[in-house]
Write a protein that binds this ligand. Structure first.
Ligand SMILES: Nc1ncnc2c1ncn2[C@@H]1O[C@H](COP(=O)(O)OP(=O)(O)O)[C@@H](O)[C@H]1O
Ligand SMILES: [Mg+2]
Length: 256
């Protein structure tokens, strides 16, 4: 068995002359909880997309369980255990919570099922379990459009879990949410990850959440990895302090 569930070596991504990523390497141990942080434009989403298969890197290799997957399409990577959510919402707004989860289960079950199949009832208990796992049982018959942003994010997480991932890549899963909702969602994510024994890599702006939850932190700036370590090592790193102090000083300046 490979030591690392996922490893990326020497990843670069160019858009014309602009380098969004330059020689980025990152290894995720099976079962670890990793945060990726860094200022806007640092390359966090680009890296997550390279790992998930949404973006083909200009150079470098992505290895999943010892197998090179650099050029593999996202759905093939999902089949190998990579679950991915996006900054934008990917639920069906006019369907209920339960129907969305059913659609995710049908998609995950593959060609033997369709939304009109009589075999669909077989999936009912799985759908109910997933809805319950993400804490939405009480609103399972609500139309997605009518539920809160935080509950939509819970649903989205459940729909990714329907694919049976071993590694979750979450790009700012709490974007646009209030502090309490953010903390609740992250509590759920970590509970699910630990209970299922998954590996988690998440991108998050809220430094308190990151330092509370992550076992290791990768700090990116201008398309490169600036630092990597446990929360104590990262908070003591002078380069990291510099970019975050720089940000807060800039923010204070902007309010004057
Ligand atoms: N399709 C694209 N074409 C050109 N530049 C891009 C494209 N996607 C991202 N970039 C640029 O790459 C850099 C990294 O973007 P991104 O990975 O989204 O950063 P982050 O998620 O850390 O905020 C940014 O400067 C962004 O403008
Ligand atoms: Mg981003």
């Amino acid at each position: 068995m490979a030591d690392f569930i996922l490893s990326a070596e020497g990843i670069s991504k160019k858009y014309g002359a602009f380098s969004a990523l330059t020689n980025v390497s990152l290894k995720l141990k099976s079962g670890e909880i990793r945060a990726v942080i860094g200022p806007n434009g640092a390359g966090k989403s680009t890296l997550t997309n390279v790992l998930g298969g949404q973006i083909l890197p200009t150079a470098g290799t992505v290895v999943l369980d010892g197998r090179i997957v650099t050029g593999l399409a996202p759905h093939r990577r999902a089949g190998l255990g990579i679950g991915r959510t996006f900054q934008i919402n990917s639920t069906f707004r006019h369907m209920t919570v339960r129907e969305n989860m059913l659609a995710a289960c049908v998609a995950a079950a593959g060609t033997g099922y369709s939304l009109f199949s009589s075999k669909l009832r077989v999936l009912d208990s799985r759908v109910a379990e997933l809805v319950d796992e993400v804490g939405l049982s009480n609103i399972s018959e609500s139309i997605v459009e009518a539920i809160s942003h935080g509950d939509r994010k819970r649903l989205e997480l459940g729909m990714v879990l329907a694919t049976g991932p071993r590694l979750l890549l979450l790009d700012e899963p709490t974007a646009g949410m209030g502090l309490n909702e953010r903390q609740d969602l992250f509590k759920l994510i970590v509970d699910v990850v630990k209970k299922r024994g998954l590996t988690l890599m998440f991108v998050e702006h809220d430094i308190d959440i990151v330092f509370n939850l992550a076992e290791r932190i990768t700090v990116m700036a201008r398309g490169s990895v600036l630092a990597e370590g446990n929360p104590d090592e990262i908070s003591a790193d002078p380069h990291v302090q510099e970019i975050y102090l720089g940000e807060s000083v800039a923010a204070k300046g902007a309010t004057c």
